[in-house]
Write a protein that binds this ligand. Structure first.
Ligand code: CAA
Length: 299
């Protein structure tokens, strides 16, 4: 299938990263969000991330301008997706919201359009079930930060065809990414393995086995992880981590996936990590220093 126009739904961290990589590869991109200020912010973020690539000498200023010119913004799904060959949905991780978006996409998109979701854990088969084209619904799970991370986890729903899977594989490679095919079970592969590790790090902290910096240092220096699990949890968002643990717990029915009560309390109290300014660490705009949050300071 000849894919030329990509619509990306949601202009948050993942949506703007996905729009960025498609546009930089030369695709026409429609970036869709309900809020025009959110779209303006996304374009500014893409501009800043392109500047980093220009500064490293991996893109010219002209290449940056071409990339930005490849992106158009829309506040209506109908307008932004009606001509798309592929839609990548990257809206908030909420089942009802995603099901409504896919109902609309199924109504407004061309019959041959492939509908992909960047969901981190919601069932692709469930999302596909609200459309009349379940064979053309697939998971295309990018990792944060999208311009940097090589992986695309390609999730086949129960009805996804080989042709659609191959199209998404080939596209991912065109973006310079490495696609990996997995089947549609709770958490897929990435989060089935990553989230229990993060949850266990939080349990280790909660039980007083070690402090925030000690746990992260063990994993950074002992296992060569670029970030410790607690810093990574802050980076992903503690609300996202909790919701994925709940999907694993509900979907796999094993008590080993129960979210740590400390994670639940942090989310309920609004300590969500980088996006709220405080999680296991506290974050000050403009500072790169990693400072442990007051609640976890020793002494
Ligand atoms: N756009 C473009 N370039 C970016 C970027 C962005 N958004 N963010 C970082 N970079 C580039 C920087 O310019 C820098 O490039 P050079 O090394 O060539 O100079 C490089 O990435 C490293 O960035 P920094 O120097 O700012 O910081 P760092 O060395 O600490 O690396 C990091 C930052 C890449 C985020 C690294 O810490 C890392 O890999 N962390 C783990 C990320 C991870 O695990 N992501 C997956 C999360 S799980 C997920 O996304 C899925 C889910 O469903 C929850």
């Amino acid at each position: 299938m000849n894919i030329k126009l990509i619509s990306v739904i949601g202009s948050g961290t993942m949506g703007n990263g996905i729009a960025h990589v498609f546009a930089q590869t030369g695709f026409a991109v429609s970036l869709i969000d309900i809020s025009q200020p959110a779209l303006d912010k996304a374009i500014a973020t893409i501009g800043k991330n392109l500047d980093r690539i220009v500064a490293k000498g991996n893109l010219t200023e002209e290449g940056k301008q071409k990339t930005l010119a490849n992106i158009k913004t829309f506040t209506s799904i109908e307008e932004g997706a009606k001509n798309a060959d592929l839609v990548v949905e990257a809206a908030t991780e909420n089942l009802e919201l995603k099901l409504n978006i896919f109902r609309e996409l199924d109504k407004f998109c061309k019959p041959e359009t492939i509908l992909a979701s960047n969901t981190s854990s919601i069932s692709i088969t469930k999302i596909a079930s609200v459309t009349k084209r379940p064979q053309q619904v697939i998971g295309m799970h990018f990792m944060n930060p999208v311009p940097v991370m090589k992986l695309v986890e390609v999730i086949r729903g129960y009805s996804t065809t080989d042709v659609v899977t191959k199209t998404v594989f080939d596209l991912s490679k065109q973006l310079g990414k490495v696609p990996v095919e997995v089947n549609d079970y709770p958490g897929f592969v990435a989060n089935r393995i990553l989230m229990p590790m993060i949850n266990e790090a939080i349990i280790t902290l909660h039980e007083g086995v070690a402090g925030v910096e000690e746990i992260d240092t063990v994993m950074k220096l002992g296992m060569a992880h670029p970030m410790g699990p607690l810093q990574l949890a802050d980076f992903i968002g503690l609300d996202v981590c909790l919701s994925i643990m709940r999907v694993l717990h509900d979907g796999l029915g094993n008590p080993k996936y129960a979210p740590c009560p400390l994670l639940v309390n942090m989310v309920v109290s609004g300590n969500l990590g980088v996006k709220s300014g405080s999680g296991f660490y506290k974050y000050t705009a403009g500072s790169k220093d990693l400072v442990v949050a007051d609640n976890f300071k020793k002494g």
